[in-house]
Design a protein around this ligand. Structure first.
Ligand code: SF4
Ligand code: SF4
Length: 204
């Protein structure tokens, strides 16, 4: 059906009228901080302990604005006769936010959950060099990362939480077994309650 002549104009005027009758909302920033959605892309935080220096984030970053330096370290064998292992040690991790386009690819590709979005956005600088945030600053942003939202009711327990729970349960069971064993073992002096034997009629 062809459009009724003038219907476009009427629609446009209706939008104008609706907008005219609404009160203007002026954000009083910076006196009043804006309420940002929890998943806002403000700045990137680094949880260094999780980083294995796999370089995936730096390789996938379309702007090449992640700088990572590392060296290899030999870890002695954990058990006698075992093999020595080598591991990467992080020397530098920096993100140049003057180049970053906030695409989030680095966060998506990190296989070890070492990078997170923080909603913090107030880090403008007068010197562009200051926008390269080194590892210490990236760690500081970590503490501004909001907690993840609660799971849906009936959702499967995440494997990381399940693994942590099992480890905690095992540690608790081992501690309880050790305590029970210590309680069952007679004290070294041979008395049931550990009180030293005093000869009859003798003085302590
Ligand atoms: S958000 Fe995108 S551009 Fe910014 S550091 Fe990560 S991958 Fe690079
Ligand atoms: S992808 Fe993750 S683990 Fe790998 S270097 Fe980047 S931050 Fe570290």
């Amino acid at each position: 059906m062809p459009p009724i002549p003038g219907s476009g104009l009427a629609k446009g005027l209706a939008v104008t009228l609706r907008t005219m009758t609404k009160r203007a909302h002026t954000a009083q920033y910076p006196e009043v901080q804006p309420e940002l959605p929890p998943r806002s892309r403000g700045v990137i935080g680094l949880f260094e302990e999780n980083c294995t220096v796999c370089m995936l984030c730096a390789r996938e970053c379309p702007d090449w604005c992640i700088y990572i330096d590392s060296h290899k370290e030999t870890v002695p064998a954990a058990t006698p006769g075992g093999r020595e292992r080598s591991r990467n040690v992080l020397d530098r991790f920096a993100i140049d936010f003057s180049l970053c386009m906030y695409c989030g690819i680095c966060i998506e590709v990190c296989p070890f959950d070492a990078l997170f979005w923080s909603p913090e956005f107030e880090y403008a600088e007068t010197d562009i060099h200051e926008l390269t945030h080194e590892r210490d600053k990236l760690r500081e942003w970590m503490w501004t990362v909001p907690a993840p939202p609660a799971l849906d009711p009936g959702a499967e327990e995440p494997k990381e939480i399940a693994a942590a729970r099992k480890t905690a349960e095992k540690a608790e069971a081992a501690a309880a077994a050790a305590a029970a064993e210590a309680g069952a073992t007679p004290p070294a002096d041979g008395t049931p309650d550990g009180t030293p034997d005093t000869p009859a009629g003798g003085t302590a």
